[in-house]
Design a binder for this molecule. Structure first.
Ligand SMILES: [Cu+2]
Length: 302
C-alpha cells in the first residue's frame, strides 16, 4: 500500500498519529477525573483493596500502547517509503540553491527562477547547493529536503491541480535567507509543454535578456532597482557612477564602468562597495553574451 502522492503519504501518517493522540488524551483525562472523584479521600478514607499487582491489567496496559505505537510507526514508515520511491514516469528537473536564489534547469536547457511543473505528472527534483546549506521546502506538497554542498539530494512530488504554491529555503543560509523564496507554478500539461518549448521571449533585446538573466540568477533578491537598500547596493543608476569601494581593505573610489561591473560579477570579493557585507558569490559561469546582456540591462537602469 503506497499512497499516490507525497501529500497523501504525509497527511495519512499525520492524521493517524493525530487521531491516536486525541483518543489517548481524552481517555487519560477521563480516567484521571474519574479516579479523582471516585477515590477522593473524603469518599474513601481507607483503601478497599490490598492487591499489589494484577497480571491482566499489566498485560493490557503494555499491549495496547505497543499496538498504538507500532501503528504510528507503520504509517510513518509507509509514508516515508512513498516519499523516497520515485515513480518511473517522473520528469527530471535540477534545482540549484545559492546565496540567495533558486535556479531550476530542465533537461532541454530551459531555466527559470520559478519551478514550473505540469499538473498530474510526477517530477523528480535533483537538489544541488552551490555554496552553503539550503533546504528545499514546498509545504503544499509536503516535501522538505536539506541541500548540502557536494552532495546530491532529491525530492519528488505531483501537483494534482493547477496553481501557484510557495517554495522556501528552510535552512538559515545567511543575511539574505528570507529572500530565498519563490513559487511552484503548476500548469496544465499542454500549457506546460508550450512554456517548456518556448524560445527566449525577449525578442533579441539585450537589456530585456539581461533583466531575464538577473531574475534567473537571483540578482534581484539582494539588489533593488529603485534605489532602496537591500543586502547589496541598489543597481539604480550604477552604470558610470562613482563607487566608494574597499580594495583589500583600502578605500578607493572607482567608476562603475563596464570593466568594473564585469569584475563585480566575476570576482565580487575583489572590490566591496563600502558599507555592505562581502556576501555575493562569484558568477564565473557567465558566457560573454550573458555578460553583455547584463551590462546592457545595468546601463538601462539610469
Ligand atoms: Cu538558502
Amino acid at each position: 500500500m503506497h499512497p499516490q502522492t507525497t501529500t497523501q503519504a504525509v497527511d495519512t501518517a499525520f492524521y493517524v498519529i493525530f487521531a491516536i493522540c486525541g483518543i489517548m488524551l481524552a481517555g487519560i483525562a477521563v480516567a484521571m477525573i474519574w479516579f479523582v472523584w471516585r477515590y477522593n479521600r473524603k469518599r474513601q478514607p481507607v483503601p478497599l483493596s490490598q492487591k499489589d499487582h494484577n497480571l491482566w491489567l499489566e498485560v493490557t496496559w503494555t499491549a495496547i500502547p505497543t499496538v498504538l505505537v507500532m501503528l504510528m510507526f507503520w504509517y510513518g514508515w509507509e509514508g516515508y517509503l512513498s516519499l523516497r520511491r520515485i515513480p518511473d514516469d517522473a520528469m527530471h528537473i535540477k534545482a540549484t540553491g545559492r546565496m540567495w536564489s533558486w535556479l531550476f534547469t530542465y533537461d532541454n536547457g530551459r531555466s527559470a527562477d520559478k519551478l514550473f511543473v505540469p499538473v498530474g505528472q510526477p517530477v523528480k527534483i535533483e537538489l544541488l547547493a552551490e555554496d552553503v546549506l539550503h533546504s528545499f521546502y514546498v509545504p503544499a506538497f509536503r516535501v522538505k529536503r536539506d541541500m548540502v554542498p557536494g552532495m546530491v539530494n532529491w525530492v519528488w512530488f505531483t501537483a494534482d491541480k493547477p496553481g501557484s504554491f510557495d517554495l522556501f529555503c528552510a535552512e538559515y543560509c545567511g543575511v539574505g535567507h528570507s529572500a530565498m523564496v519563490t513559487t511552484v507554478e503548476a500548469l496544465p500539461a499542454a500549457e506546460f509543454q508550450a512554456w517548456l518549448n518556448a524560445a527566449g521571449s525577449t525578442g533579441g533585446d539585450p537589456a530585456a535578456r539581461g533583466l531575464e538573466l538577473a531574475g534567473q540568477l537571483g540578482c534581484l533578491g539582494c539588489h533593488s532597482v529603485d534605489g532602496s537598500r537591500r543586502v547589496g547596493p541598489s543597481l539604480k543608476g550604477v552604470f558610470g557612477a562613482p563607487r566608494a569601494v574597499l580594495r583589500s581593505g583600502a578605500r578607493a573610489t572607482v567608476t562603475a564602468d563596464a570593466a568594473y561591473l564585469k569584475r563585480a560579477l566575476m570576482e565580487p570579493a575583489a572590490e566591496i562597495v563600502e558599507g555592505y557585507p562581502p556576501a555575493m558569490p562569484p558568477y564565473t559561469q557567465l558566457s560573454e553574451a550573458d555578460l553583455a546582456a547584463l551590462l546592457a540591462w545595468l546601463e538601462s537602469l539610469k
